[in-house]
Unconditional design. Sequence first.
Length: 532
Amino acid sequence: MSWKVVFGHISANNETYSYKEFCLDYEKRGVSTLLSLKGEFSFALFDPNTKSYFCARDPLGVKPLYYTKVNEKYHFSSTIEDLLKLPSVHNIPNLDAMKSMLSQRRVNYEETMYKNIYRLPPGHFMIVEEAQEHIERYWFPEKIKIDYSISEEEAVQKFKKLFAEAIESRITNLKETAFEVSGGLDSSSVVSFLSQKDYTSILDSYSMDFQALPCDESRYVNRILDKYPLNHQKIQVDKLDYSEEYSLKNLYVMSPNWPITLTFAMSLPMLYKMKQDGKKVVITGQGGDHIFTGSLFVLYDLFRRFKWISLYHELKHHTKPWLKIKSYIIKPLLGERLTKYILVTMGKTKSNLLLNDVEYIEDLSYKIGITNPIIRNELDMVTSAGYSTMMDSCLFHCAEGYYDIEFRHPFFDKELVEFALSLPPEMKYKNKTIKWILRKAMDGILPDKIRERKDKAEFSEVIIQQIDAIDLDTLLKDPYIVKLGLIEQSLIDKYRKEYEEKTSRYIVFLWTIINMEYWYRYNFEKETLEGI
């Protein structure tokens, strides 16, 4: 084969892994070669001899891969924007995706917000021959067996080994590397763990300083600084100008192709400072919530394994144990269909953001028939449609293009994720405490104030600041999302009223509505944004 690179990024063992080397390996071992790649990747290769394409994306979907087919010809890119610039590609909204994003804040694995522009799901490869595509999974995390024989001490030691490899393999030039420190357990673990190493250079770390806002975590960041000699900078972000410099207009210039369902404006001053300092890579704590949080379904797992004593001790930590038994033992034992039937009969079904005419997007765990709730929960954290949508629509990709900074996430390392999936559930959730094994591993490394914390920063106040800077009367008075039949005006008015009366339980609902309307106008009715 004489493959030619259409686009892509391949990294292995912190060294440049050439496409020529990959193609030679692929010819010998086939698709299994993808599993030997370290780090994150997405690429499209073309063989001019057979006129065929081979495309693949890393198991966790850190690197994006988009494609379109026009007149029997395929185009590939790491950005939707590049595809939309092609004269043969028409800019048409995907109304089904808009509706599911409004109601479920996610879209189907293969879809985007545009008709005829698709994405390759994480952990998949695609072969295109004679204008026909074949898409298949190559990563099967559901096949990972839970190792109930492993001890906590063994798990701690294995975690430390994998964590060290995951961090160090993502650092190519320490002077060009920035470390994001939020004060949370995950990002703090990264810099604290690495600071134990004998580096000749002090780590350059950055954090957002929210001053008096409820989400400020400076008190935790300060504990890191007291323990380790980081070259740290705090970037003040408590009073950003959301009407001008950080307005939705400017945010969508940076990230035009997905609605902004997760706010990221407060990160931009920090990224700008990193760029000024010559940083090319940002190491984050993203992924810790996904792979080590665990869930209350540990109760079901202990019950089915006849671990009565462990189950009793776990329930003792809950104030209303019967409610936990009902939700996390009895319901799973009854099964999903019977539980749903009982809830419908009792009139206790949950309502969506929209009306009940939205097709539910099935996660991978449902598609492949996983019924064990503890396994399904763990899989969904790294394979669900919501996870996939979040990875493709998040800040990382637009920031990489806008600031020329690459985000790298040690917690999304494939080997570390597979290890987390193999752990007994009680090593992730124990004594009403999430991330149990991570906390155990960080004993003596992470300041106890952080290692033992149970709370987590919540950014609704930042979203409120952004919403307050928007002319909602104009934006939502006669919205296109109503004209298109995606949502009823009465529901928009309901969420607006709750917001104005400060009775909103989930401010993210209104934020999603606002951004869906703004995204549509920005891409298809831009002239209507004047004055908003």
